[in-house]
Design a protein around this ligand. Structure first.
Ligand SMILES: NC(=O)C1=CN([C@@H]2O[C@H](COP(=O)(O)OP(=O)(O)OC[C@H]3O[C@@H](n4cnc5c(N)ncnc54)[C@H](O)[C@@H]3O)[C@@H](O)[C@H]2O)C=CC1
Ligand SMILES: CC(=O)C(=O)O
Length: 372
C-alpha cells in the first residue's frame, strides 16, 4: 500500500505522524511511504533520515495526500478538506463530535476515516490515545503551575508551598489516563491533590495507586462545586469515548472560584467540560480570563513537546498501520475489533454512534457496511 505523511499545519503543531523508524517498519513489510518535505523537522527528524529509511520525499501536501492511506496527527483543518478523495483511508486523531464541518466533509467525500482516539481494545482502553493523554496529563500540572505565577496572570502561588506556607490545591476532574498523569506531576510538585471521578471502580484503583497521598471524591455537581471553591488549579480530564464532553462545570461554579485561579481543560478536544471553555486556544495565545479565572484550552497540548510525543505516538500507531496496509482496511478491521471501533465514517455514512448523535446524523453499523 502507498501511505502518505503530510506536514501538520495546525498552530504550533510540530508532531509528525511517523518517525523514520516507523517508515522502515512499513517499508520492510513491502509498503511505500511518501513523506512531505520538512514534515518531521519540528520533531527533530530530518528529510535525509526519512530518505535513508526508504521513504519517497515529495514537495507538496497534495502529493502526500494523494496516496491510498494518509497518516496524520491532528484532525484535518478546512484548507486540507480539498485533499479528500473517495475511498481515501485517513488514519489520524479526528475528534468529530465537536466538528460538524469536518464530519460533513468526510461524509461528502466518502472517506474511510479511522480515528486514533476511538480505536478501543476489548478491556475498554484506548491504545492510540493513551500516550498523548500521558503527555497532556503531565503537561497539565506543569502548565497550571506556570500560569499560577503572577506574571502569567495567576494569583501568584507556588503549588508546593514552603515550610510555614500552605501548599496549593489541585482538583482533577476525570481520573483516567490524563487525570492520573496530572496527579503524578502535581504530587511531585508538592500540591494537595484531589481526583473526582464517576466510576467507583476507578476511584478504588486510584486509591490503590496513590494511597492516602491524594483525595478521591465521587463526581456529582455538589462535590464539584464545593471542591472548586477552594482550588487553585482545576484540570478537566473527563472522556466519554467519541462523544462530546459533558459540561460538568457550570458558569456559576466558575464564578465561585477564587480570583487568579487556573483552569486547564484538557478535554477541550472533545468540546471541554467547563461551560466557560467556550473556545479553543492555541500555543501562541494559550489563555483567556473569564470571571477572574485564567482558562487554558489548547487542543493539541502534546504539540509543544513534539519529540517525545511523535515517538510515543508512532510507537503505538505503526502496528495498527501495518495491519491496515497488509490486509486492507476491510479485512484488518474485521479481524481486529479495536480497529473496527476506530472507523468513524465509511462510504458516506457516520459509523460511530456518539458522533452521529452529536450531529443528529444517520448512524450506520460499520459491521453491516463492511459485509455488504
Ligand atoms: N488537549 C489535548 O491536547 C489532549 C486532550 N486529550 C483529551 O483528554 C481527555 C481525557 O482523556 P483520557 O484521560 O485518555 O480518557 P480516559 O478514558 O482514560 O479517562 C476519562 C475518565 O473520565 C471519567 N469520567 C467519565 N464521566 C465522568 C464524570 N461525569 N465525572 C467525572 N469523571 C468522569 C472516566 O471514569 C475516566 O476515568 C479526552 O478528551 C482526550 O481526548 C488527550 C490528549 C491530548
Ligand atoms: C489527542 C489529541 O488530539 C492530541 O494529542 O492532539
Amino acid at each position: 500500500m502507498k501511505i502518505g505523511v503530510p506536514k501538520e499545519i495546525k498552530n504550533n503543531e510540530n508532531r509528525v505522524a511517523m518517525t523514520p523508524a516507523g517508515v522502515m517498519s512499513l517499508m520492510s513489510a513491502g509498503h511505500e511511504v511518501v513523506v512531505e518535505v520538512g514534515a518531521g523537522i519540528g520533531s527533530g527528524f530530518f528529510d535525509k533520515e526519512y530518505e535513508d529509511a526508504g521513504a519517497t520525499l515529495v514537495k507538496t501536501a497534495s502529493e502526500a495526500w494523494s496516496q491510498e492511506m494518509v497518516m496524520k496527527v491532528k484532525e484535518p483543518l478546512e484548507e486540507e478538506f480539498t485533499h479528500f478523495h473517495e475511498g481515501l483511508i485517513l488514519f489520524t486523531y479526528l475528534h468529530l463530535a465537536p466538528e460538524p464541518e469536518l464530519t460533513k466533509a468526510l461524509i461528502d467525500y466518502k472517506v474511510v476515516a479511522i480515528a486514533y482516539e476511538t480505536v478501543q481494545a476489548a478491556d475498554g482502553t484506548l491504545p492510540l490515545l493513551t500516550p498523548m493523554s500521558e503527555v497532556a496529563g503531565r503537561m497539565a500540572s506543569q502548565i497550571g503551575a506556570q500560569f499560577l505565577e503572577k506574571s502569567k496572570g495567576g494569583m501568584g502561588i507556588l503549588l508546593g508551598g514552603i515550610p510555614g506556607v500552605k501548599r496549593g490545591k489541585v482538583t482533577i476532574i476525570g481520573g483516567g489516563v490524563v487525570g492520573t498523569n496530572a496527579a503524578k506531576i502535581a504530587m511531585g510538585l508538592g500540591a494537595d491533590v484531589t481526583i473526582i471521578d464517576l466510576s467507583p471502580g476507578r476511584l478504588r484503583e486510584l486509591d490503590d495507586i496513590f494511597g492516602s497521598s491524594i483525595n478521591t471524591i465521587m463526581s456529582n455537581p455538589l462535590n464539584i462545586a464545593r471542591e472548586l471553591r477552594t482550588s487553585d488549579l482545576v484540570i478537566g480530564a473527563v472522556l466519554i469515548p467519541g462523544a462530546k464532553a459533558p459540561k460538568l462545570v457550570t458558569e456559576d461554579m466558575v464564578k465561585d472560584m477564587m480570583d487568579g485561579s487556573v483552569i486547564v481543560d484538557v478535554a477541550i478536544d472533545q468540546g471541554g467540560i467547563f461551560e466557560t471553555t467556550d473556545r479553543i486556544t492555541t500555543h501562541d495565545h494559550p489563555t483567556y480570563e473569564k470571571y477572574g479565572v485564567l482558562h487554558y484550552a489548547v487542543a493539541n497540548m502534546p504539540g509543544a513537546v513534539p519529540r517525545t510525543s511523535t515517538i510515543g505516538l508512532t510507537n503505538v500507531t505503526v502496528p495498527y498501520a501495518l495491519q491496515l496496509a497488509n490486509k486492507g482496511y476491510k479485512k484488518a478491521s474485521l479481524d481486529n475489533e479495536a480497529l473496527l471501533k476506530g472507523i468513524n465514517t465509511l462510504g458516506g455514512f457516520v459509523t460511530y454512534k456518539a458522533v452521529a448523535e452529536a450531529h443528529e446524523l444517520e448512524y450506520c453499523d460499520v459491521f453491516e457496511l463492511l459485509n455488504e
